[in-house]
Ligand binder design. Structure first.
Ligand code: BGC
Length: 258
């Protein structure tokens, strides 16, 4: 079953794992999740990932693991929503040792975008596409002709004197008890900044909050079309597995076990 690969998505609040049919983009197992440990150091996170993976049916082949940081050549370079002990860590090598498998390690929003552009809301759209994940932070992934420009970090654009993700993420909505109107006002301001800089044809909005897209979509405004992610909170797991199915080097970075 070479086309069934394992995907893992490490987020600021939860870690998810599942098996993915990379020939169709569908999950073929339950989507398992566990809270992200606090503090989310490498030593605390690796056993959580390994335990989730051990609860899934056995799979072979490389594992795709996406992480909420800039990832260059397998190494974690930033840590906005995970423990700062990750900065400089070789995430691909650590995960590969813990899971005893080759691991393709990449940014979480890039993974979500890969899933959406291959099998979801961006399928067949030549672009330019801006994928945004609205969760603990704001992740971004840019695509043109289906190809990713990785590690774009547009959630850290400055707005109102702070990081945009501190102004408009889904976490900010719940923490400040914003109603859909107040939150969408913030998201619209953020989308307007994106449009002024990037002029996309399509915005794809992802993250678990987009399960409620029908409730807040009428309040969103942008010149470009806005579509909800097809895979909402599953996109990271699916995209990570898809990245693992590609030849090493095309998205993320692989490390071999051992
Ligand atoms: C991180 C990004 C990540 C995003 C979503 C941001 O704080 O800097 O790397 O993609 O959160 O998790």
């Amino acid at each position: 079953m070479a086309h069934i690969l394992l995907g893992v998505d490490v987020g600021g609040s939860s870690v998810k794992a599942g098996l993915v049919d990379v020939a169709s983009g569908e999950l073929t197992s339950e989507l398992l999740s566990a809270p992200t440990p606090v503090p989310s150091t490498p030593d605390a996170l690796m056993p959580v990932i390994a335990e989730l993976v051990a609860r899934l049916p056995v799979s072979t082949g490389p594992v795709g693991l996406c992480f909420p940081s800039v990832v260059k050549h397998g190494k974690v370079r930033t840590a906005a929503n995970v423990a700062s002990a990750w900065i400089g860590a070789d995430g691909a090598a650590l995960a590969s040792r813990a899971l005893e498998r080759p691991v393709v390690f990449l940014n979480d929003a890039d993974a979500a975008g890969i899933a959406e552009v291959r099998w979801g809301a961006g399928r067949g759209v030549p672009g330019p596409i801006v994928m945004l994940t609205l969760g603990t932070g704001i992740g971004s992934a840019l695509f043109i002709e289906g190809r990713l420009y990785p590690n774009t970090e547009l959630g850290h654009l400055e707005m109102r004197g702070m990081d945009a993700e501190k102004w408009a993420s889904a976490h900010v909505r719940t923490a400040l008890h914003l109603d859909w109107g107040a939150w969408c006002g913030r998201v619209n301001e953020y989308l307007a900044r994106m449009e002024a800089l990037l002029w996309p044809d399509l915005f794809i909005l992802g993250g678990a909050v987009t399960e409620h897209f029908g409730e807040f979509a009428p309040l969103l405004r942008a010149e470009a079309e806005i579509r909800p992610a097809r895979f909402t909170g599953q996109a990271g797991v699916i995209g990570a597995a898809l990245a693992a199915a590609r030849p090493a080097g095309s998205a993320g970075s692989a490390a071999s076990a051992g």
